[in-house]
Design a protein around this ligand. Sequence first.
Ligand SMILES: NC(=O)c1ccc[n+]([C@@H]2O[C@H](COP(=O)([O-])OP(=O)(O)OC[C@H]3O[C@@H](n4cnc5c(N)ncnc54)[C@H](O)[C@@H]3O)[C@@H](O)[C@H]2O)c1
Length: 332
Amino acid sequence: MTKKIFITGSEGFIGSHLLEKLVKKNYKVKALCLYNSFNTWGWLDTLDKEILQDVEIVTGDIRDKDLIVKNTKKMDYVINLAALIAIPYSYEAVESFIQTNIIGLNNVLSASLKNNCRVIHTSTSEVYGNADSFPIKEENKVFAKSPYAATKIAGDQLCFSYNRSFNLPITVIRPFNTFGPRQSLRAIIPTIITQALLNNGVIKLGNIYPKRNFNYIKDIVHGFDKALNLKKNYGDVINIGGNFEISIKDLVNLVSKIIDKEIIVKTDKYRYRPKKGEVNRLISSKTKSYKVLKWKPKYDNKKMFFQALTETVNWYSSNLKFYESKSKIYNI
Ligand SMILES: NC(=O)c1ccc[n+]([C@@H]2O[C@H](COP(=O)([O-])OP(=O)(O)OC[C@H]3O[C@@H](n4cnc5c(N)ncnc54)[C@H](O)[C@@H]3O)[C@@H](O)[C@H]2O)c1
């Protein structure tokens, strides 16, 4: 029988790509978009009509318990992607992060328990802070370097506790840095690309020395899809990330090569994380994701990363209208 999935954060970057994939795989999708008075459904507004005709869209907020209980009725799975995600904004708005990423998540968990849904919750590699061993395994200790990371750690623990205390079937997925079309300017790759394209090669950045393992969105949604097939290992956490890593400085050079334009980096002190809050390196172990999910990232070497980055640059070049008005200011 067709499985029914409720996705929160469906109108966002990862959510919109995942929704497309799941519709194509014949899941029956109900998509939650954050309520707003402009009646916009984020990136869902831009999807093919053929995809959207098979999706039930509801607007609301994961902070509303009754709304989440109502909308998870008769669902087989709940995928929770809804979150406040911007680290710099988390310095300004700690309470909103707690409300959404912890209390909102609790609504998702208790509603799922009530309605017998299996849950996939989205954590983040940021929970590891500055790890003391690499590549980072799920057993590495967690250490919050930002209020964002702190709310994600709390959320993960809440998920594990719902499994241990109430037997809720739940999988916590920890994506490492993700990139691709439709990402917001809060992330480094869109920030570099859009500034370079719109400001004639002059870009403002913070610290360019941290290294990250960047994962193409196609690989990440494939990981979520694999997690839906799990029949055991509930209550577990699984990193979704590859081994290819690159510094922000080298990333700028690759973008410069793709757009065939010199990029001049100007340091902007507002874009630095606080000294004690910086995370210098994030690179994932693939052992557990392979063992448990049989997930293998495709874009996990320099050649494939370059291909994915080129596809991403091309998408931003054709879709600058979505970013133009915001590219000159620092979007926290
Ligand atoms: N993009 C990455 O590199 C990355 C890496 C690791 C983890 N994640 C996690 O993946 C998830 C999706 O992130 P994304 O990159 O797509 O970001 P995004 O900002 O594009 O998506 C987040 C979505 O959550 C929605 N949302 C926010 N508050 C809400 C609320 N109170 N109720 C309902 N919806 C709400 C937003 O409208 C948005 O569509 C997040 O949980 C994030 O922490 C992202």
